[in-house]
Design a binder for this molecule. Structure first.
Ligand code: NAP
Length: 295
C-alpha cells in the first residue's frame, strides 16, 4: 500500500466517443473530476446526484466545454426508493450503458439514521451502489464490454463491519469504523458481482481514488471541519489524479478482461484480509439484497 502510494501510475489516452458513462456523485471532488476527464475523452455522461441545481450547472459545464451529451437523474442515496427509481429509469431508457462508476459517498463522525432506520453511511456508501449495480447488471450485459467501477477507499482497512450489528446498536460508533464497515461491505460484494459476471464480458473492479481534496466530511460539525481544513487537507492531492485514474480503469485496453480486483488509483493492490472473507461476503450479499428489497 505504501509502495503503491509512491509508485508511478498508469495512464491511457483512449478516446471514448460513442460510449456512455453513468456516474454517481458528480457535484464535487472525485466524481466531478471523473465526469470532466471522461467527457474530455468524448464519453457521453449521465450523472446521478441528489442536488438539482448543482447537477444542472455541472451538466452545462460538461456540454459547453467538451461538446458531449450530458444528462442527469436526481436521487438521494439516503432514500433507497429513489435509488430504485433511478435504476429503473436507466433500465427503461434507450441509453446503452458502457461504464458505470459508483462514486457517491460520505463520511459521518456521528451515527445517524436514514428515514428507513439504516445507518446513513452504510446506506449511501454501500447499499445505493449495490442496488444500482445489481439492477443495471442485465442492461450492462447487453453490451459485453462494459465496465463497472466501485469507488471504494483505503478506509476499508478501518473495518468495523459486523453483520449482526449493521446499525451499530450494540457497539460504539466512530466515523472511521462506520466508514470502514460500509467500504468493507462494498468490497466484499465486488467479489460476488465479479463471480456472477464471469463469462459475460462485463467487468467489475473497486478502486481507492487517492487521498484527494474534496468536500467529503463537510457535513460534520465545526471541530471536524477545522481539523480537516487546518490539518488533513495539507496532505491531500489534487482530485484530478482520481479523474485520470478512473478514466484509465474505464478505458485502458489492457484491463478489458480484468475483473474482481482492487486498485489503489491504477495499481492492483491486495485489500485487507477481512475484506477477502468470502463467507462474510456471501452473508453481506444476502443481507444487502434483503434490505434493498432485491429478493
Ligand atoms: N477524497 C478522498 O480523499 C477519498 C479517499 C478515499 C475514498 N474516497 C471516496 O470517493 C468518493 C467520492 O468522495 P469525494 O471525496 O469526492 O467527496 P465529495 O466531494 O463530498 O463528493 C461526494 C459526492 O457524493 C454525493 N453524495 C453525498 N451524499 C449523497 C447522497 N445522500 N445522495 C446522493 N449523492 C450523495 C455528493 O453530493 P452533494 O454535492 O449533493 O453533497 C458528491 O457529489 C466517495 O465514495 C469516497 O468515499 C474519497
Amino acid at each position: 500500500m505504501m509502495a503503491n502510494n509512491r509508485a508511478e501510475q498508469h495512464h491511457c489516452d483512449v478516446n471514448l466517443k460513442g460510449k456512455r458513462c453513468v456516474l454517481t456523485g458528480t457535484t464535487s471532488g472525485v466524481g466531478w473530476e471523473a465526469a470532466k476527464t471522461l467527457a474530455a475523452h468524448q464519453a457521453s455522461i449521465v450523472m446521478i446526484n441528489r442536488n438539482q441545481e448543482k447537477s444542472e450547472k455541472a451538466c452545462e459545464i460538461i456540454r459547453s466545454t467538451y461538446h458531449v451529451e450530458c444528462d442527469y437523474l436526481i436521487a438521494d442515496f439516503t432514500n433507497l426508493e429513489e435509488v430504485h427509481k433511478a435504476a429503473d429509469y436507466l433500465n427503461h431508457s434507450d441509453w446503452q450503458i458502457d461504464i458505470l462508476i459508483n462514486n457517491a459517498g460520505m463520511y459521518c463522525t456521528r451515527k445517524t439514521y436514514t428515514k428507513d432506520h439504516l445507518e446513513t453511511v452504510f446506506c449511501v456508501d454501500h447499499l445505493a451502489s449495490f442496488i444500482l449495480t445489481y439492477k443495471l447488471m442485465e442492461k450492462l450485459k447487453k453490451n459485453p464490454s462494459s465496465r463497472i467501477i466501485q469507488v471504494n477507499s483505503q478506509g476499508h482497512r478501518f473495518n468495523g463491519l459486523n453483520i449482526s450489528d449493521l446499525n451499530w446498536d450494540k457497539r460504539y460508533y466512530t466515523g472511521l469504523r462506520g466508514y470502514g464497515a460500509s467500504k468493507t461491505a462494498q468490497l466484499l460484494t465486488v467479489w460476488e458481482f465479479a463471480d456472477l459476471l464471469k463469462g459475460s464480458g462485463v467487468t467489475i473492479n473497486a478502486m481507492h481514488p487517492g487521498g484527494v481534496k474534496s468536500a467529503i466530511g463537510e457535513n460534520n460539525g465545526p471541530l471536524y471541519r477545522w481539523y480537516k481544513h487546518h490539518f488533513v487537507t495539507k496532505f491531500l492531492a489534487d482530485p484530478s489524479i482520481s479523474g485520470q485514474a478512473l478514466h484509465y480503469l474505464a478505458a485502458a485496453p489492457e484491463l478489458s478482461e480484468v475483473s474482481g480486483q482492487y486498485f489503489n488509483l491504477t495499481l492492483v493492490e491486495k485489500p485487507s484480509p477481512h475484506a477477502l472473507d468470502r463467507e462474510i461476503g456471501k452473508e453481506i450479499w444476502s443481507i444487502s439484497k434483503k434490505i434493498a428489497g432485491l429478493l
